[in-house]
Design a protein around this ligand. Structure first.
Ligand SMILES: [Zn+2]
Length: 82
């Protein structure tokens, strides 16, 4: 079965979990031009993806990071619940 662009982006983010991925990778390696829309789709599914302007290259693209949900974060959430 052919993977959707959304799933291919998710795969790349998972491979680099916890580190920033420049969106030029989606563009140049996956040939996905509407990556921003696919990121939005993933976020709608409840996947937490952080985004910011790329600071690794001299361009105005965004970079994205899949937030690693570790115990520390869960602990923080339970503290907020209290
Ligand atoms: Zn970049």
């Amino acid at each position: 079965m052919k993977k959707s662009d959304k799933d291919r982006i998710h795969d790349v983010l998972k491979r680099h979990e916890g580190t920033w991925v420049c969106s030029s990778i989606f563009f140049r390696e996956l040939f996905i031009k509407d990556y921003a829309q696919r990121i939005a789709d993933l976020r709608k599914k409840g996947i937490i993806i952080e985004g910011k302007t790329c600071d690794q290259h001299n361009h105005k693209m965004n970079m994205y990071k899949l937030t690693r949900l570790d115990y520390t974060e869960k602990d923080q959430l339970s503290l907020i619940a209290l």
